[in-house]
Design a protein around this ligand. Structure first.
Ligand code: PDD
Length: 295
């Protein structure tokens, strides 16, 4: 069955799906995106993802391409057409197509693209591959809270990891504190089992996985939202990173130094297992579960 994608009002064969060469996303990275997990046919944490999507659009003054309800229907149609029960959806909105000029014409028509793919989610902590990370300078702009498609510094960070034989990179701000991973939020576990992740602000993306973990497991586990340095991370008992597609991933090495005993830790396992339960429980099937606030 050939894959299908949604491009500006039409469902098209994925292999021949295309946008105009003067789309501002292509020329200026003038757009935003979301990645949402699909589990058992349901859309995981749809509401917070859609809220973040509309917020990112608002911060960049890009008008929503459609109502939240219409987008919710498109997402489900992509899942249906591609027969995805476990997977991930990618949504992207750019400001639209116009002759190349930094200033854009008024009343542009934003462009919406949705793609879907199958993913096999790990069903146990033992199935999760632990990773090694390196620290790199955070070279991004000052609004990392906006989920912009402008990801060049994130890609360069990831390339640094590849060059040194690591799996991923954590970015470090000018004051020496870890902001986040190249495509994830960063966490450490202190020797007293305190789970630490950087506080929200303009320098990190408000991860939906991060939010779910803090919101739903705050009673069972000890969390602190504060900045930490890479040195503190290297001396931590455990470290891990979180994202929609990687869920909760143990970090066992930082800049070549083993973390704790160099194996995935027990607190990380607890967070993984708690998140997996949440993941399964928060997959919504019906479009009525989508946010209705946006017009
Ligand atoms: N990235 N920080 C950054 C820079 C990210 O790119 C991501 C996710 C996260 C975690 O956010 P969430 O838990 O909502 O997925 C944090 C997605 C998965 C991506 O770019 O593919």
């Amino acid at each position: 069955m050939p894959a299908q994608s949604y491009v500006n009002g039409r469902y098209v064969l994925h292999d021949s799906a295309a946008v105009h060469i003067e789309d501002r996303g292509y020329q200026f990275a003038d757009g935003v995106y979301e990645v949402i997990a699909i589990y058992g046919g349901g859309i995981v944490d749809e509401k917070p993802h859609m809220e973040r999507f509309f917020r990112s659009l608002g911060e960049l003054n890009i008008p929503p391409p459609a109502s939240a309800r219409t987008i919710a229907i498109i997402l489900r149609e992509i899942l249906r057409r591609n027969r995805i029960t476990d997977g991930a959806l990618y949504l992207q909105v750019t400001r639209g197509v116009a002759p190349r000029n930094h200033a854009h014409p008024p009343d542009m028509k934003p462009a919406l693209v949705v793609t879907g793919r199958a993913v096999r989610w790990p069903q146990s902590f033992a199935a999760v591959q632990p990773i090694a990370i390196v620290g790199v300078a955070d070279e991004r702009w000052t609004r990392a809270d906006i989920k912009s498609v402008s990801l060049l510094p994130n890609i360069l960070a990831r390339m640094s990891a590849d060059r040194t034989g690591a799996d991923d990179a954590w970015m470090i701000d000018g004051a020496g504190y870890v902001t986040e991973g190249s495509s994830s939020n960063a966490w450490i576990v202190s020797n007293g089992d305190e789970i630490i992740t950087r506080q929200l602000g303009h320098s990190i993306l408000a991860g939906i996985t991060r939010q779910a973990i803090l919101k739903h497991f705050g009673d069972a586990l000890k969390f602190t939202e504060r900045a930490f340095t890479l040195e503190e991370a290297k001396g931590a008992a455990e470290a891990f990173q979180t994202s929609t597609t990687a869920l909760v991933k143990p970090v066992v090495k930082i800049d070549g130094s083993p973390i704790g005993d160099g194996k995935p830790g027990g607190v990380t396992k607890k967070v993984f297992e708690a998140y997996l339960t949440h993941f399964a429980a928060h997959a919504s099937a019906a479009p009525s579960a989508a946010p209705s606030a946006a017009s």
